[in-house]
Design a protein around this ligand. Structure first.
Ligand SMILES: Cc1cc2nc3c(=O)[nH]c(=O)nc-3n(C[C@H](O)[C@H](O)[C@H](O)COP(=O)(O)OP(=O)(O)OC[C@H]3O[C@@H](n4cnc5c(N)ncnc54)[C@H](O)[C@@H]3O)c2cc1C
Length: 356
């Protein structure tokens, strides 16, 4: 019989945006004191196999068109917009004007659905489109300073009673204590190899990005074409930093960075953004850093699913929550709501509703 008094009654394995968003949903139910997050990498770290700090980071139409992706996008947009409205400075989330442009294949059904909830949504006229483009839209998006947002989440969760433990674990039973009732598995790319998970549908999608200094860049720009994606994302509260990208290299797990990719990104992004070309008195962006990150992708989309975990003859609820690909920030909160819903009936009655 569950007593729900221990701080590891609920264990979240993984402290990327996916695990942290699950903790946020639980905190908002007044359950922070029952939650322990176990992870090898924690907010504040940068490591090649910790994807979350490398994100651009914004809401965009990069996500899939299946029902889950559409629902998670909508929920995530609402969540992030509310942070941008109420806690922008602390959470490093900002409301930002955005333009998205397609060269040929336009995901029309998906854009129609997005138009129902995106702020200030408008379709570009043919005269407003750049050369070679077939379609474009403008709307208010949300941009995040990913590393700072992770650190804000950690501080917010700790304040609400969540415990963080840095530990690399070999398998799922290793995080189960005598009073643990629920485990959320949020291990990102490790899902393909981790003992007991070994999901063959998982694969990394590599992307190289540049961190540049480019005063005056206020507009988020995305362009989608045959085999490429180009983006310019002003980083909120960062002293004029802008993230430039990028690449979507399926099944590439290489952490290296390449000069030819840097030059290609600079060429594509300065062609896309007049603000970027005009920055630094017309000299264009000053490159501060180059990085590559591996999006934890999964054939068919992310897995949010409850199963049973048997440890020492006793069953616990195990909720898989991984495979967010290039959408962990925009989809993570919706995924977390779904993940928590799978164990709702097990939870103790909730007394507090936290303000965040
Ligand atoms: C270049 C790039 C740009 C991106 N841009 C965007 C964007 O604009 N918008 C957007 O929404 N998304 C974007 N993404 C995607 C987003 O970053 C990912 O979807 C998200 O970070 C995945 O988070 P995660 O928590 O699943 O994985 P991770 O951040 O990798 O976290 C995994 C966690 O599991 C832990 N872990 C794994 N194995 C073990 C173990 N054995 N023991 C203990 N702990 C373990 C790790 O230490 C870590 O804490 C981008 C990604 C990249 C690479």
């Amino acid at each position: 019989m569950a007593t729900w008094t221990a701080k590891d009654s609920i264990v979240i394995l993984g402290a990327g945006i996916i695990g942290l968003d699950v903790a946020l949903v639980l905190v908002r139910k007044g359950l922070g004191h029952l939650v322990t997050i176990v992870a090898e990498h924690l907010p504040g770290d940068t490591a090649p196999d910790y994807t979350s700090p490398w994100a651009g980071c914004n809401y965009s139409s990069i996500s899939g068109s299946d029902a889950n992706a559409l629902r998670w996008d909508r929920l995530g947009y609402r969540h992030l917009l509310s942070l941008a409205t109420q806690h922008s400075a602390e959470s490093y989330v900002a409301r930002t004007s955005s333009t998205e442009i397609w060269d040929d294949v336009v995901p029309s059904d998906k854009i129609k659905i997005m138009s129902e909830y995106l702020e200030k949504f408008a379709v570009l006229t043919p005269e407003q489109l750049p050369e070679g483009a077939a379609f474009g839209v403008t709307f208010n998006t949300v941009t995040l300073h990913a590393p700072k947002h992770l650190q804000w989440l950690r501080a917010t969760l700790e304040k609400a009673g969540v415990t963080f433990i840095r530990r690399s674990v070999p398998d799922l039973p290793s995080v189960v204590g005598p009073q643990t009732e629920v485990v959320f598995n949020c291990i990102g790319n490790a899902a393909s190899t981790f003992t007991g998970v070994q999901d063959p549908k998982c694969y990394p999608t590599r992307g190289q990005v540049l961190v540049v200094r480019a005063p005056g860049v206020t507009r988020n720009m995305m362009r989608y074409g045959d085999g490429y994606i180009t983006y310019v994302i002003p980083r909120p509260l960062s002293n004029d930093q802008v993230i430039l990208g990028g690449y979507l290299q399926k099944n590439v797990g290489d952490h290296a960075t390449y000069d030819h990719e840097t030059q290609d990104i600079l060429k594509r992004t300065t062609a896309l953004s007049s603000q970027l070309r005009e920055s630094n008195g017309g000299k264009g962006p000053e490159v501060l850093g180059v990085a590559s990150g591996l999006r934890p992708s999964r054939e068919g989309g992310a897995r949010v699913e409850r199963v049973e975990l048997l440890v020492d003859g006793r069953a616990r609820a195990l909720v898989h929550n991984y495979g967010a690909g290039g959408t962990g920030y925009q989809a993570g909160y919706g995924m977390a709501l779904d993940a928590v819903k799978t164990i709702e009936a097990l939870l103790p009655s909730q007394s507090v509703s936290a303000s965040l």
